[in-house]
Design a protein around this ligand. Structure first.
Ligand SMILES: Cc1ncc(COP(=O)(O)O)c(C=O)c1O
Length: 396
């Protein structure tokens, strides 16, 4: 064993720790929900992407069990060899119908959907114009593609226009604008109305990553594009957040785009099919989210977000502005964010400090996330804990 290699790894870990950037894994001893068990204690949970509260919902869990009973543990195959079950086709149709697209391709994760979308569809003659705050998986997906890259400052429409102009001046064949529908670290919602207008002006396509929007933003929870009242060409998303919280990703697009992706997208061609239990749970979550119950859950979710945001602002915390149920409590220093999260856990509230490289250096924060499953009492309890910890640590 080369000792120098292992010494380097140990030193790198020590360096991460010294900067207060270590991200510990806290072990949860219960089902996901607004209240969870951690270290043998019940604590309030304010950091899951469990927007509609469906991750621990008994109907969603039972639908997964039923699918596993019917279809087994999995396919032991990628989709095109012998891994396409009826339930995969059902899920593809369910999500396409829900979001209003012709067809869908499933992936093991949205990370893979973003990793697989660009390279098969765009070549060296094309241009990808990408928001600077886009999720890591979009950035990686763009890197895997030969298209020329352009970057615009987060939601800066003047910069987007400048980049589109440049791409046209450089002679791009096709141009695609790639953006998160809601930016995961800040909770900012993309200005898709303006993006649409610029896309029309410069004859560009739009790809939206709606991992933090599908199921709860816009009418029927169809996502950020519906929230902004526009159509887009491609939506990538996840079943790992609002839609049941299991795992798995998808791309919604036209029939031909999906057909080509099924021939060429590498994470689809070279990775196992989604497990039946995941498909069953996700379909039940789509059924709930797309119906009247979904409307009630969405109202509760946004009422919770408004209450938390109002009380925290009143207490003097520095919050990023917005309306999304992601509500970042800005702290700046990475060590402070870790200390604050640790103190909050002692006070019975599970939140996580986010620091570099997940957010820019000096912009550490506690990113709180509301769920429809939270009660007003739980929100108030969390605010009280924040105030106590905030006063102790000199944050407010
Ligand atoms: C904006 C965004 N895109 C993609 C992903 C990846 O989703 P998945 O967990 O399904 O791979 C995430 C998850 O963190 C995300 O926040």
């Amino acid at each position: 064993m080369p000792d120098a290699f292992h010494a380097r790894i140990t030193a790198e870990l020590a360096d991460i720790d010294a900067q207060g950037l270590t991200k510990p894994e806290r072990v949860i001893q219960s089902r996901q929900g607004p209240e969870i068990q951690v270290g043998g204690r019940r604590v309030l949970n304010f950091c899951a992407n469990n927007y509609l509260g469906l991750a621990g919902d008994e109907r969603v869990v039972q639908a997964g069990i039923a699918a596993q009973e019917r279809w087994g543990a999995g396919t032991a195959s990628v989709r095109f060899i012998c891994g396409t079950l009826e339930i995969h086709k059902e899920l593809e149709h369910a999500i396409a119908d829900y979001l209003g697209f012709e067809d869908t391709i499933l992936f093991a994760a949205a990370f893979d959907a973003n990793g697989g979308i660009f390279e098969p569809l765009f070549g060296a003659e094309d241009a990808i114009v990408s928001d600077s705050l886009n999720h890591a998986s979009i950035i990686d997906g763009v890197r895997l593609c030969k298209a020329k890259r352009y970057r615009f400052a987060n939601s800066d429409m003047a910069d987007l226009e400048a980049q589109l102009k440049q791409a046209r001046a450089d002679g791009a064949r096709d141009i695609i604008i790639a953006t998160d529908g809601a930016f995961s670290m800040d909770g900012y919602i993309a200005k898709l109305g303006e993006v649409r207008a610029l896309a029309d002006k410069y004859d560009a396509l739009i790809m939206v990553d709606d991992c933090h929007a599908t199921g709860f933003l816009g009418p029927q929870g169809k996502g950020s594009f519906a929230h902004c009242g526009v159509k887009v060409d491609f939506v990538t998303g996840t079943f790992g957040k609002a839609l049941g919280g299991a795992m798995g990703g998808f791309i919604c697009a036209t029939k031909d785009v999906v057909a080509l992706l099924k021939q060429r997208a590498r994470p689809y061609l070279f990775s196992n099919a989604l497990a039946p239990a995941v498909c069953g749970s996700s379909m039940e979550a789509i059924r709930i989210a797309s119906g009247e119950e979904g409307d009630k859950l969405r109202s509760q979710l946004f009422a919770n977000a408004e209450r938390f945001r109002g009380k925290m602002a009143e207490a003097g915390f520095n919050l990023l502005p917005g309306e999304h149920p992601i509500i970042p409590v800005m702290l700046g220093d990475a060590k402070l964010a870790q200390d604050m999260a640790a103190r909050m856990l002692e006070l019975g509230v599970y939140v996580i400090g986010f620091s570099f490289p997940v957010v820019p250096r000096g912009a550490a924060r506690i990113r709180t996330q509301m769920s429809a499953a939270h009660t007003f009492d739980q929100i108030d309890e969390a605010v009280e804990a924040f105030i106590k910890a905030g006063l102790e640590l000199g944050v407010i």
